[in-house]
Design a protein around this ligand. Structure first.
Ligand code: SAM
Ligand code: ZN
Length: 271
């Protein structure tokens, strides 16, 4: 499925590398992911999420707080053609691997700029013996995939590279974008900030795509343990925006009541 990031020719797997006919070669790491960032452009990009963020996210996912999101995502995918699914900005593969386990005859390709995420995802895939999920360090704005080769792109809490997704999707292929809803993590924000601000309720429009459905998922949950609460905080955009004084408010919190609210926006490529 992959193409060479330099010359755009198809890559073939030969032992522990991917090689194109022009002899560009990309080694597969011991955990199983491959770095397909264009070697000439690697320094142009920031490296994606840090090791710290990836670690916090992976630990938080073990609490299963976000499992209903993965379940709803799989239910949406179950209703559409899904031979090849790209999880763009897959992080440590939590959702990619849920999809892979649910749809064993689909191929799931996870892409993320962070090698820590791809490394974690590949190790998890090995641990659960998932044969149909592959992970690659790549820039989602310049994916190492052929035009018109993918049935579904999923984008969860990640940048939406609409032009690039349109290029790789087959005609009438699907784009599923998952983003934070109005009340998402309101309980966390109530603790951190004096004035609670809610998320904006907006629907994005992407050129070349038609919106076919929107699905809202909202549930209340209780998150136990200070470490898990801090892991959740570390994986949110608020982590970088919050003052030290406000961050300290989480120090002694051992139970967090909050809404989880996400919107699934389902688009099809126009042609
Ligand atoms: C908030 S995380 C979400 C990860 C995952 N989808 C999830 O929900 O657990 C956003 C991810 O997008 C990745 N990312 C940001 N810009 C990217 C780019 N240009 N190319 C590839 N990945 C990117 C980050 O490295 C990070 O892993
Ligand atoms: Zn090449």
């Amino acid at each position: 499925m992959y193409i060479c990031p330099i010359c755009k020719q198809v890559l073939n797997r030969i032992n522990n590398s991917y090689k194109c006919e022009n002899n560009h070669s990309y080694d597969i790491s011991s955990s199983g992911y491959v770095n397909l960032l264009n070697p000439g452009k690697r320094n142009n990009f920031k490296a994606g999420d840090s090791k710290e963020m990836v670690k916090a996210r992976s630990a938080f996912f073990e609490s299963n707080t976000y499992e209903p999101i993965a379940t709803k995502l799989c239910s949406i995918i179950s209703k559409i053609p899904r031979n090849v699914i790209v999880d763009a900005g897959c992080g440590e593969g939590y959702y990619s691997l849920h999809i892979a386990q649910q749809f064993l005859s689909s191929l799931i390709l996870g892409f993320d700029m962070t090698k820590y995420g791809c490394d974690h995802a590949s190790k998890c895939a090995k641990r659960i013996n998932s044969q149909n999920a592959l992970f690659s360090v790549s820039n989602i704005f310049d994916l190492p995939l052929l035009d018109n080769s993918v049935d579904v792109v999923t984008s969860l809490f990640a940048p939406v590279a609409d032009k690039e997704f349109s290029r790789i999707l087959k005609p009438h292929g699907y784009l599923v974008v998952v983003s934070a809803g109005v009340f998402h993590l309101d309980g966390l924000k109530r603790i951190l900030y004096d004035n609670l601000y809610l998320n904006e309720d907006k629907q994005s429009i992407y050129e070349g795509f038609s919106l076919v459905d929107t699905i809202n998922l909202k549930y209340e949950t209780v998150i136990h343990g200070n470490e898990t609460i801090n892991n959740l905080f570390t994986m949110t955009p608020y982590y970088h925006r919050t003052s030290l004084t406000d961050k300290k408010k989480l120090e002694n919190i051992t139970e967090l009541n909050t809404n989880i609210e996400v919107n699934f926006s389902i688009y099809t490529k126009n042609n």
